[in-house]
Design a protein around this ligand. Structure first.
Ligand code: DGT
Ligand code: CA
Ligand code: CA
Ligand code: ZN
Length: 572
């Protein structure tokens, strides 16, 4: 399936275009990449059925991108991409993960020192060459060296959304194999972890040879890491490893449990089995030589006196004890979320989609409400927010739409900036008239921890601020989380009645599951897709997974409230 390759090419082209100072195009390429990645159908078959016109139906894909997709499907390459790559053979993605190296700096490092990837960057920094470049200095060389550790640790792990696209592609291809009776993707992917190292696929079959043959022929460009009768591993051309194992029906449940992990959960479960005089492995639960369970996961847990544990909780952080006492939480479900509390429209410079288009998409997701929260406030240039006058105009437009729309209510909100001294980037006169106000940090990320803590707390002390969006500001693989005293932030949130967001963007997942776990029960949490186009409203599912990993029930989540209760809570 070409979907992922095309998405990757567009993402890379976006970076390179940005580097050349091209306006708007980079965003368009990124939006297209995201919607191509989330297509469930093979893009080549979309094309073979409907030609260019069908490609243009894909959200975010216009005439010129459709032609590039066509070119790739027909020839296996995109000439304009290859040309760009030749002029600038630099791994921007890897370099970007070293804080402080944006595309512009990467360009200079390449032109002047030949830096192309993390290896050549490390060498240049260690040789003291970077400090000699004008505009870099000793301090930035030091920063690069310390950032290298962070960048290397993220290498080789893919964000959950990317893993999801690959997983459905693999399952789709395996389903075509007649010998596969059942297919499950296990490992960290099944646990909903925010990044995934490799994919672990289990297949139920009485014909392992047939499955192996099919699997090893699925990706002509891949290399085989190991090949066995019931187990093989391949490495795809993108570098991602896929492990596949075949089991029979009487062991499939225990195998699924074992390969879902985590390793820590498995160790805990095995100890528990021993304490009950049994033995647990991927082949089953045994009492002496006799197998007492193995067909399904539920059967194994039950024989050990436990409830079935949702994969998201399997990290050995209390779930084994809770399942033994039948006191696991009833984790929040996607269909219990009644609305989205963070989204952008074309009123934000970096987003697309009309208010009405967003409302329609929200309706198709069966939402009751949708908070429109475009960027607001003049001070932070990169987000270029709306001022009071434009926000009032938008509020009037939302009121007009709400009179017309049925079954969905748009709420009037904003995502404003927490300035470097903790002030809010918009006056109280407008904040007080909005339904719900989100505030977030979009600048000055490297202040010391006490300053960041105080900054967030003063934002929460503004009586009009309702929710702190993406509270730690991290970008997975490219920006570490803001350093703060999270305990103090939670206390202040409770005192001021402010909620914290679980941002659902796969590149953010912010709060992360551990922060969610510690916040839960103390302050209400809100789920926000932070959509920058209508199709991104679907990203809610990633936030739901993260909330589940943080042990949340629907009571912990603000947007599981019906609209009338949400109105009461925020007084609008
Ligand atoms: P990843 O791929 O790094 O995101 O994380 P996982 O959890 O998918 O880990 P992976 O792919 O190495 O192994 C898949 C599962 O197999 C893992 O979650 C638990 C199980 N497993 C692997 N190695 C061990 C081990 O040494 N001991 C035990 N008990 N289980 C293991
Ligand atoms: Ca794995
Ligand atoms: Ca694995
Ligand atoms: Zn934001």
């Amino acid at each position: 399936m070409a979907n992922r390759e095309i998405a990757r090419i567009f993402l890379e082209m976006a970076d390179m275009l940005e580097l050349q100072g091209v306006q708007f195009k980079p965003r368009a390429y990124r939006n297209a990449a995201l919607s191509i990645e989330s297509l469930s159908e093979d893009i080549s078959s979309i094309y073979s059925k409907g030609g260019l016109a069908a490609l243009r139906e894909i959200p975010g894909v216009g005439e010129s991108l459709a032609k590039k997709i066509e070119e790739f499907i027909r020839t296996g390459e995109v000439k304009s991409y290859l040309k760009m790559k030749k002029e600038f053979p630099v791994d921007l993605e890897a370099l970007g993960a070293v804080g402080g190296i944006g595309p512009k700096k990467a360009m200079r490092l390449y032109r002047e020192l030949g830096v192309m990837d993390l290896g050549t960057l490390e060498k240049a920094a260690k040789d003291g060459k970077i400090r000699k470049l004008s505009g870099f200095g000793e301090k930035s060389e030091q920063k690069i060296l310390s950032g290298l550790g962070f960048a290397k640790s993220g290498i080789g792990r893919m964000p959950l959304a990317e893993a999801g696209a690959l997983a459905s592609e693999l399952v789709h291809m395996l389903e075509k194999c007649g010998a596969a009776e059942k297919i499950e993707v296990a490992g960290s992917y099944r646990r909903g972890k925010e990044t995934v190292g490799d994919l672990d696929i289990l297949v139920l079959s009485s014909n392992p040879e047939g499955v192996m043959k099919h699997f090893l022929s699925m990706y002509p460009g891949s290399s085989t890491i190991m090949k066995g009768g019931k187990r093989s591993s391949i490495r795809l051309s993108s570098g991602i490893q896929v492990d596949l194992r075949v089991f029979s029906a009487d062991e499939f449940g225990s195998a699924l449990m074992y390969f879902t992990g985590s390793k820590e959960h498995n160790v805990g479960m095995r100890k528990l089995a021993i304490s009950k005089g049994m033995k647990l492995s991927e082949y089953g639960l045994f009492s002496g030589k006799k197998k007492v369970a193995g067909r399904t996961e539920g059967e194994v847990y039950k024989k050990l006196g436990m409830d079935w544990i949702p994969p998201e909780l399997r990290e050995n952080s209390g779930e084994i004890e809770a399942a033994g006492k039948h006191s696991l939480p009833k984790l929040v479900l996607h269909n219990e979320v009644r609305g989205d509390l963070h989204c952008h429209s074309e009123w934000s410079g970096d987003a697309s989609g009309s208010l009405e288009g967003l409302a329609k998409m929200a309706q198709s997701l069966n939402y009751e409400y949708l908070l429109i929260s475009d960027h607001g406030g003049p001070e932070v240039r990169i987000v270029n927010g709306l001022d009071e006058k434009k926000l009032r105009k938008q509020m009037a437009e939302i009121d007009r739409l709400n009179r017309k729309l049925e079954g969905i209510t748009l709420l009037r909100g904003v995502e404003t900036n927490i300035l470097k001294d903790g002030r809010i980037d918009l006056p109280d006169s407008i904040l007080r008239d909005l339904d719900i106000v989100l505030a977030s940090i979009h600048s000055n990320f490297s202040q010391p921890p006490q300053t960041i803590t105080k900054r967030i707390i003063s934002a929460m002390e503004n009586e009009h601020v309702d929710i702190i969006a993406h509270p730690t500001g991290r970008l997975i693989g490219s920006r570490p989380p803001l350093q703060m005293d999270f305990g103090e932030v939670l206390d202040a949130a409770k005192r001021t009645g402010t909620s914290l967001e679980i941002n659902c963007q796969p590149g953010r997942m912010d709060l992360d599951s551990q922060h969610i776990f510690s916040a839960k029960g103390k302050v209400p949490l809100s789920l926000g897709s932070d959509s920058h186009s209508p199709s991104q409203l679907h990203l809610m599912k990633f936030g739901v997974l993260n909330a589940r990993r943080g042990w949340c029930t629907k009571k912990d989540i603000l947007n599981c409230l019906p609209l009338k209760d949400l109105r009461k809570k925020f007084g609008f």
